[in-house]
Design a protein around this ligand. Structure first.
Ligand code: OOG
Ligand code: MG
Length: 263
């Protein structure tokens, strides 16, 4: 069901993308459009993606979000969301992020998948994802909701491309056949101190379930996850705020570490 006309979708997309590009926060878009459906929200997100691609950006990955209980509880929502990663979001492992370009950044540890075969729902499950996975690596996502005080509802966060802002991957490649992704330990360190920790199963019982959910979400729209796609499966722990001077590292058992510096 769709309530928004094309002009409104375009206007909301432009507004949210402007907030992203100029590090300005905004009120939730559902404040002005209380009836906004999830379908409408994905149309706004799709329009942000189209605008970026039109200006020459490349989509370099996909993401699932709000896939762990810790994240759902922190953000007060109850179901996963899906977004895209543009080339401008990618930061090299060990790289520097300028906090002045952001609104109120937070970081979260993630398990990142890279596929070697396409995945098309409906009906994708953990085993289909593992069969289609080339390797997994340690991921560090920086989220920066465009909404004031990081407060949103499900349609608003979906329209805002799920708070996507920056990400890094690093460490070494792990083959899914050699690892139990449920018991994989994940430690988030800030300035050398452990600030959050969990195991892979914190993400929907198995992080591959988040990738399956993404494939099923796309399948319902006649789309698929192409071979060779990088996918962030969602914050394993709650997200942690960062400020200039901070150094953040994610350690994933068997997969090494990925880090970022904030200036
Ligand atoms: C929404 C984005 C969530 C994740 O991994 O859960 C996300 C948010 O919490 O702002 O990327
Ligand atoms: Mg995330």
């Amino acid at each position: 069901m769709s309530a928004l006309d094309l002009a409104t979708v375009a206007r909301l997309a432009e507004h949210l993308e402007d907030c992203e590009l100029h590090a300005r926060d905004t009120v939730k878009i559902t404040d002005g459009h209380p009836g906004l459906t999830l379908d409408d929200a994905y149309r706004v997100q799709e329009e942000i993606r189209r605008r970026k691609v039109e200006r020459g950006a490349r989509v370099v990955g996909l993401k699932a979000g709000l896939t762990s209980h810790a994240k759902m509880k922190q953000m007060n929502v109850t179901s996963p969301v899906f977004g895209f990663l543009a080339d401008a979001f990618a930061v090299p492992d060990g790289g520097e992020v300028k906090v002045a370009e952001l609104i109120h950044p937070k970081v979260e540890p993630e398990i990142a998948f890279v596929t070697r075969a396409p995945l098309r729902g409906p009906g994708c499950h953990v085993a289909s994802v593992l069969a289609a996975t080339d390797f997994v690596v340690a991921g560090l996502e920086l989220i920066d909701s465009r909404y004031r005080d990081f407060k949103f509802d499900l349609p608003s966060v979906v329209a805002d491309n799920c708070s996507s802002s920056r990400f890094a991957v690093g460490g070494r490649m792990g083959r899914p056949g050699d690892l139990d992704l449920r018991t994989l330990g994940v430690v988030l360190e800030k300035n050398g101190e452990t600030v959050a920790l969990a195991a892979g199963a914190a993400v929907l019982g198995h992080p591959a379930a988040a990738v399956a959910a993404l494939a099923n979400h796309l399948g319902a729209r006649g789309q698929e996850i192409p071979a060779g796609t990088l996918i962030l499966s969602g914050g394993v722990t709650e997200a942690i705020p960062v400020k200039p001077g901070d150094h953040v590292a994610v350690h994933v058992q068997h997969l090494g570490a990925v880090s970022l510096r904030f200036v």
